[in-house]
Design a protein around this ligand. Structure first.
Ligand code: GLU
Length: 316
């Protein structure tokens, strides 16, 4: 079977248990399918990049036995491809400029009697659509019809609901126009938005399978719209549960997740495997945590975990 997976960590700090779970799921799925895995540093949001964290991430993945194929790539290496994809959407008349601030969008919600709920994504009510400010094909703000350099560029999304079968989460249906609204393709600071960058990069890398945390499940429908509009293939998806703090928040740098200990990888590997519910799928006689921990055999861990993953998800 032709299988190309990817792991796309953001270089916003060192890897923690939550990122190891995502890396492990992507890696095990690729291994269980006999496929390949690409490693791409998702540095699209340059304002959040922490210097040297990409190097630390690569070191940490190595220390934990995560293997990938080919060179490590960076999202910003493909800025030209992002610009070309954006230009194609502009040519189709699907992009318009928007100068709404978050505060303005919130007050529109309040005025319409449906105040925004904290924690949910901020629905964009299409306020600037009617003004139809068009970018030049590069999306250079100064080249637009008003000369306003502070505009974000939004995609006029397609009406109707989008359904897909996620391998872990099951049947998902989302109406992007109703639930998300026209989303940003290029930010006012000139950075490409994550959704545009990721679909261009996945297509360029020939990705057939996206395996990632379920915090991104709600982004898939709009990414599928973009893939369709740009004529890209639609990868299969699998969204695995992210690690949460006792209060239910996603484990992240913001929730003070400790960095992985590269000197002691086995403890984190086992914690990640248990989070992915692999414990019950390891052959009982082999599920000997103590032996694994003391043997420190990372290769053995990955061999066992791959077999468990294949059993859990009925692969092969
Ligand atoms: N860079 C994103 C993250 O670290 C993942 C992007 C993706 O897998 O689509 O959460």
């Amino acid at each position: 079977m032709h299988y190309v997976g990817r792991f796309a960590p953001s270089p916003t700090g060192p890897l923690h248990l939550g990122s190891l779970v995502a890396a492990m799921a992507a890696s095990l799925d690729a291994r269980a399918h006999g496929g390949i895995l690409r490693l791409r540093i998702d540095d699209v949001d340059t304002t959040r990049v922490v210097p040297d964290s990409a190097n630390r991430i690569v070191q940490s993945l190595n220390a934990h036995g995560v293997r990938w194929d080919g060179e490590v790539r960076k999202t910003t290496d493909r800025n030209d491809c992002h610009a070309q994809a954006f230009a194609r959407l502009v040519e189709r008349g699907l992009v318009y400029g928007c100068d709404c601030s978050r505060a303005q969008i919130l007050s529109i919600h309040a005025a319409q009697g449906r105040p925004h709920e904290r924690g949910l994504e901020l629905y964009y009510p299409g306020t600037c659509r009617a003004a139809r400010i068009q970018p030049d094909s590069t999306g250079d703000s100064k080249g637009n019809s008003t000369g306003d350099a502070r505009l974000a560029w939004r995609l006029q999304v397609q009406e109707g609901s989008e359904s897909f079968d996620d391998r872990a989460a099951g049947r998902i249906t989302q109406d992007v126009a109703e639930e998300i609204g026209d989303f940003v393709l290029r930010r006012a600071d000139g950075a490409w938005a994550y959704h545009l960058a990721i679909v261009v990069d996945d297509a360029a890398d020939g990705v057939t399978d996206i395996v990632r945390g379920d915090d991104l499940l709600g982004t898939t429908a709009r990414q599928r719209q973009l893939q369709r509009l740009l004529g890209f293939p639609l990868p299969r998806t699998m969204h695995v549960p992210v690690v949460r703090t006792p209060s239910g928040e996603k484990l992240s740098k913001q929730t003070q997740a400790p960095a992985l200990d590269d000197q002691n990888p086995m403890a984190s590997l086992i914690a990640a495997a248990l989070h992915l519910e692999l414990g019950g799928y390891l052959e009982a006689s082999r599920w000997d945590t103590h032996r694994l921990v003391t043997a420190q055999s990372i290769d053995t861990f990955w061999t066992w975990a791959t077999a468990a993953w294949a059993r859990r998800w009925r692969i092969g």
